[in-house]
Structure formats: structure tokens, C-alpha cells
Design a protein around this ligand. Structure first.
Ligand SMILES: Cc1ncc(COP(=O)(O)O)c(C=O)c1O
Length: 230
């Protein structure tokens, strides 16, 4: 397979505020100053063996260790991680989490849904207790994108309808169903027909409001949502 040509730095520069990618002159200057030859060799190796991933690659740096709120690169620098990907509120390498995972791997590392097991029932029960109202039954999924796909199907089955309203600029994952309700051009452009019935409305964001409401939201976006629903 021939390598997928990378988009030009200029065309990607517009997406600097999104995802982890940054192909600006500032990033090139940072890399020239901070990435040594050994690290660059690892980054080149990564680029040679992985498909390009929108808004993530080429990778910025090579990590060696994560702990608490910090990530550490192979050159020994520590960075305070302000992102955490919404999944690390308990801190990286949390000893309680690691001990529980190791214990579970030793005792029962796999349980297809045709069977059940004590820890799964405990977790489902606890989640049901935490969820509001009569939301007391769960379905597990391996990641956020899959959850979105499942939610779309549940909603269709539960309502007998198939249309969705979501926000432009939103991110719900990169699969075909998730980008259909997602609102980011970077994921939707050039991919062909998406799921039918997905309507979009602008997010209530006064600084970039397409209705030009000024610095304070005047709820024209809410009127527009009503219009789309009608
Ligand atoms: C709001 C939102 N929805 C869905 C996803 C997709 O989750 P995952 O990467 O686990 O598939 C993300 C991931 O960043 C997200 O931020």
C-alpha cells in the first residue's frame, strides 16, 4: 500500500486549535529545539508503520512514563497533563486501579456476555444506583465512539424514529455514525454520504455565532433549534 500523502502544513494550520496536531511554524521551532535525534528516529519509525490519523499524527513526542497528573517523555522531561482525555481523573497509574486490574486479570480475564460474573454485576448495579431517575440498567461498551453508535440505535428502537439533532463543531468520535452526528468539517469532508436524518444546529457560542448575536447570547440559536424541530 502506498503511503497516504500528508496534507500540507498550510491546509492543516487552520485546525491548530483542534485535536493534538499542530503543524505551525511554532511547533516546528519547538521540535527543532526540544526533539533530539533518538526521539526523532522513533517518531519517524511511528510515521513509517502507522496510517496517518487525522488531527493526531505526526506524533509530537515519545512517552516513557505516566504518573498522577504528569506525563514523562523519553528525554526525561515531565509535563503536567491538562487533557487526560476525560478518562484519567483518578490520575495516571493510580495504584488502586492497577491493583484491581491485575487482580481481575489473574482471576478472570475474559467473560463473554453469554456468561456473567460477580464484578460485572457489581459495576452494573453501582452505575444504576448512581444514574438519576429510573435509569437503572446498563450496557457496557469498550469506548466512547461505540457508545454513541449504540445510543443512536437504542434511540431509534425506543422511539421508532430515526432523526437526530446535534451541534455543529461537536465531536462524538470518528466512526461513520459518530461523524454523521458530529459537526467537525475535518472529520466529515471528503468521506461521502453520511447517515441520513442527521440535522445540525449551531452551538450557543456568542463569540462565533452565525446569527451574529454579539458578545451575549440572545437565544436566536434556541429559536433556530425550535425551527429545525418543527
Ligand atoms: C465527547 C466525546 N464523544 C465521543 C468520543 C469518542 O470516544 P472514544 O475515543 O473513546 O471512542 C470522545 C473522545 O474524545 C469525546 O470527547
Amino acid at each position: 500500500m502506498s503511503a497516504h500523502p500528508l496534507p500540507s502544513a498550510e491546509s492543516l494550520d487552520a485546525f491548530r486549535s483542534e485535536g493534538d496536531i499542530n503543524l505551525s511554524a511554532q511547533r516546528r521551532a519547538w521540535s527543532a529545539e526540544h526533539i533530539n535525534a533518538a526521539t526523532q528516529a522513533r517518531l519517524d519509525e511511528d510515521a513509517a508503520h502507522f496510517l496517518h490519523q487525522s488531527l493526531s499524527t505526526p506524533c509530537l513526542n515519545v512517552l516513557k512514563h505516566v504518573e498522577g497528573a504528569y506525563i514523562q517523555d523519553t528525554e526525561g522531561r515531565h509535563y503536567l497533563d491538562f487533557h487526560g482525555n476525560c478518562a484519567h481523573q483518578v490520575g495516571f497509574a493510580n495504584p488502586k486501579v492497577i491493583a484491581a486490574i491485575k487482580k481481575q486479570l489473574d482471576e478472570l480475564c475474559f467473560c463473554p456476555r453469554r456468561y456473567t460474573c460477580e464484578p460485572a454485576i457489581q459495576l452494573a448495579t453501582r452505575l444504576g444506583e448512581l444514574a438519576p431517575g429510573d435509569l437503572n440498567r446498563v450496557s457496557f461498551a469498550p469506548g466512547g465512539t461505540t457508545v454513541i453508535g449504540m445510543a443512536l440505535k437504542f434511540a431509534r428502537v425506543a422511539t421508532g424514529r430515526f432523526k437526530f439533532v446535534s451541534l455543529w463543531d461537536s465531536f462524538h468520535g470518528a466512526s461513520l455514525d459518530a461523524i454523521s452526528i458530529g459537526g467537525e468539517a475535518a472529520f466529515r469532508q471528503g468521506i461521502g454520504p453520511l447517515l441520513p436524518g442527521c440535522e445540525h444546529v449551531p452551538p450557543p457560542e456568542p463569540m462565533r455565532c452565525p446569527f451574529r448575536c454579539g458578545k451575549v447570547c440572545n437565544l436566536t440559536c434556541a429559536d433556530y433549534l425550535e425551527y429545525v424541530l418543527e
